[in-house]
Design a protein around this ligand. Structure first.
Ligand code: HEC
Ligand SMILES: [Cu+2]
Length: 319
């Protein structure tokens, strides 16, 4: 039995060490400043306590250079801390393009995950070590927060939006996953484990889970089942935009603005079609808000994205 006191969880991701250096750096600086100021207060309180013979004749002067000096120095230190934090924030906000994508969904009170091959997990997430992984997060009900202390990463899952979190887990092992946003009565039980495996072992694990329908395949199925293909398909009699290759491209809107069709745009197009109308089309698309749940939305978006990834400019949006 070990009686060692652990002040912090292990560092198990590529950003963990950087976050810790920043944290302990700021902590050391604040501690040094506190000791210096407390020391001066105590020193002068003792020196000038009532009844001592300390010399009190000195003029109450002001020193401009001294004031400029400490104001300037504090400013410089504050900006150094800001730049340091900002650099880390930007790094943590930009997943590499080849990152492995996993769809995560928070709901009262569990986390569910789907791998690109369709393999599902509940309150467990398996990832390969040493490879960039990006988890897209959505919520079915209220705000949840995906938190893995050993990775030093936390990201909210917000209803009506997709957020992202990425990491390179560098040490195989099992790490706690929490929900870090109070989300109702069983909030404290909402959590699980992230298992980081050596890549070969991960590949075996993934294969052993069986090949379920992939996210994009599920999306293609829904695309037909929900009647999207009836309007967007090539043989449709309704005038609706061809969705092949739309992801990632600029789209002209009827209000003369142009937006890039990112994930948020695709989501909004499905849930609130009247919000942004593609130029040259009538606003006849019905809203699917309330008809499909978050995981179905994730599948549809994955399907629309896959139409752009495989062969850009392909024109059959329905099969
Ligand atoms: C009744 C016909 C109809 C149905 C059903 C329909 N859509 Fe649409 N959709 C349209 C039309 C018309 C537009 C263009 C006008 C607009 O932006 O609202 C459009 C726009 C879109 C856009 C934005 C495309 C762009 O080029 O900007 C997306 C994405 C989309 N639809 C996805 C879907 C999905 C997914 C479904 C099924 C869940 C679906 N649509 C069902 C008619 C339809
Ligand atoms: Cu929660």
């Amino acid at each position: 039995m070990s009686f060692a006191i652990h002040f912090a969880p292990p560092e198990a991701s590529s950003v963990a060490g950087k976050v810790d250096v920043l944290f302990y750096g700021v902590l050391a600086f604040s501690t040094a400043l506190t000791l210096l100021l407390t020391g001066l207060v105590v020193y002068y309180a003792v020196k000038y306590r009532a009844g001592t013979s300390a010399d009190r004749t000195g003029a109450r002067g002001r020193s401009l250079p001294l004031e400029i000096g400490w104001t300037g120095a504090s400013l410089v230190v504050a900006f150094i801390i800001f730049a340091w934090g900002a650099e880390l924030y930007v790094y943590r906000d930009q997943p590499p393009a080849d990152a492995l994508e996993i769809a995560g969904l928070g709901k009262q009170w569990m986390w569910t995950f789907r791998h690109a091959g369709g393999q599902r997990e509940i309150n467990e997430l398996h990832v390969p070590a040493g490879k960039a992984v990006v988890v897209s997060l959505a919520s079915q009900d209220v705000i949840h927060s995906f938190y893995v202390p050993a990775f030093r990463l936390k990201q909210d899952a917000v209803p009506g939006r997709t957020t992202h979190l990425w990491f390179i887990a560098d040490k195989p092992g099992r790490y706690h996953l929490f929900c870090a946003e109070y989300c109702g009565t069983q909030h404290s039980e909402m959590g699980g484990w992230v298992t980081v495996m050596p890549p070969e072992q991960f590949a075996q694990w993934l294969a052993a889970q069986g090949q379920d329908e992939s996210l994009a395949e599920g999306g293609a199925r829904l695309f037909r089942a929900l009647g999207c293909s009836g309007c967007h398909g090539p043989s449709s009699k309704v005038r609706a935009p061809d969705l092949a290759g739309v992801y990632g491209k600029p789209v002209a809107l009827s209000d003369r603005q142009t937006v890039v069709a990112d994930e948020a745009y695709l989501r909004d197009s499905i849930l609130q079609p009247a919000k942004q109308i593609a130029a040259g089309y009538d606003p006849i698309m019905p809203s699917f808000d309330g008809l499909i749940d978050e995981s179905e939305l994730q599948m549809l978006v994955a399907y629309l994205k896959s139409l752009s990834a495989s062969s850009p400019g392909r024109s059959e949006t329905s099969q």
